[in-house]
Design a binder for this molecule. Structure first.
Ligand code: NDP
Ligand code: GDP
Length: 323
């Protein structure tokens, strides 16, 4: 019989690619969507992948326990992927309460719904490399101590420990994926990679002249969302629940990433990039670099798409969108 998956955050970048993967594997996919007055617009990423009609949407919000309980009771999922979050770090300083509520407590809403209504279901929590923040080890693994540097990271850390606590307290099958930054043509436009590829596309087409950015020296371990959703699924197929770092093992500065994007269209970044202090953060995560050795050994997972190929794919997709 076909397996059933429930995805919170189904309208986001990872929700879209994960839905695609699960549908390809024959799953029945249910997605939690928060109600909006803008009918229909929530599915633009799923539309882009051509799968919006294949996902069953259910109205629900991460701050509403009774609604999530009802959904879990009705769907009786085999697997639950908790991807919903206020996911943009910079916004988390402007909306720390909302971020704590949705990104932190929201995970407990889903865990409680499972404990009460479907304790046999397997649970994936979307944890983040931002939890390493002010890094305590040069290369971060599952045993590296955490040091969150934003309300977002602190909220994710709470959700991470609650995921482990529900495993240890109630014997639920819960996994936490410590995923490093991952991008794609479906990444939100406020994140630096997509902001850059979208601007490069418009500059190339003569629709924009200058791209304003913040800290060009920050370094991230960037992978492709398509590779990373595969790791989420693999975690829930194991005999025992566990936590895994998912990363490429390569770190690149924002400046180098910008150069890759401009060079792809035959332009020079120095002719178009300006620094705007508004895009600096109150506290920065200077560098992230992950070691996914455990995922390789236990899940057989390795990234397949390089940073260069991903940035070029994103620029090309943005040129197509703006043309
Ligand atoms: P997105 O920001 O693209 O998607 C977030 C999703 O959460 C959207 O579907 C959004 O719905 C939904 N959401 C937000 N608030 C609520 C709410 N109150 N109730 C219900 N749904 C809500 O994130 P990504 O796809 O990039 O990331 C997926 C998860 O992985 C997130 O939890 C993120 O924090 C985490 N993560 C991401 C990384 C990355 O590099 N992408 C790295 C590590 C972790 P709507 O469409 O209505 O806004
Ligand atoms: P994050 O790692 O989840 O915060 O992902 P982002 O893509 O938002 O930011 C990655 C890094 O890029 C951070 O260190 C930012 O400070 C840096 N950065 C530099 N300029 C910008 C910008 O204009 N927008 C964003 N979002 N980040 C920027």
């Amino acid at each position: 019989m076909a397996k059933t998956a429930l995805i919170t955050g189904v309208t986001g970048q990872d929700g879209a690619y994960l839905s695609q993967l699960l549908l390809e594997k024959g799953y029945k996919v249910f997605g939690v969507v928060r109600r909006s007055s803008h009918y229909g617009v929530h599915s633009h990423r799923l539309d882009w992948l051509g799968i919006a009609d294949d996902v069953v949407f259910l109205d629900g919000d991460m701050t509403d326990l009774s609604g999530l309980c009802r959904i879990v009771r009705d769907v009786q999922p085999d697997e639950v992927y908790n991807l919903a979050a206020q996911s943009f770090v910079k916004t988390s300083w402007e909306q720390p309460f909302l971020t704590g509520n949705v990104t932190g407590l929201g995970a407990v809403v889903v865990l409680e719904a499972l404990r009460l209504e479907a304790p046999q279901a397997r649970f994936y929590q979307a944890s983040s490399s931002e939890m390493f923040g002010l890094i305590q080890e040069k290369v971060q693994t599952e045993t590296t101590p955490f040091y969150p540097r934003s309300p977002y990271a602190a909220a994710k850390l709470y959700a991470h420990w609650m995921t482990i606590n529900y495993r240890e307290s109630f014997d639920l099958f819960t996994c936490s994926g410590l995923l490093f930054n991952h991008e794609s043509p479906l990444r939100g436009r406020e994140f630096v990679t997509r902001k850059v590829t979208d601007a490069v596309a418009r500059i190339k087409l003569g629709k924009l002249d200058t791209l304003e950015l913040g800290n060009l020296d920050a370094k991230r371990d960037w992978g492709h969302a398509k590779d990373y959703v595969r790791a989420m699924w693999l975690m829930l197929q194991q005999d025992e629940p566990d936590d895994f770092v998912i990363a490429t093992g390569r770190t690149t500065s924002v400046k180098q990433m910008v150069d890759i994007a401009f060079e792809h269209v035959g332009l020079k970044a120095s002719d178009h990039v300006a620094i705007n202090p508004d895009f600096y953060r109150p506290a920065e995560v200077d560098v992230l670099l992950g070691d996914a050795g455990k995922a390789k050994a236990k899940l057989g997972w390795e990234p397949e798409i390089s940073l260069e190929d991903m940035i070029c794919e994103m620029v090309d997709a943005d040129i197509a969108r703006h043309s």
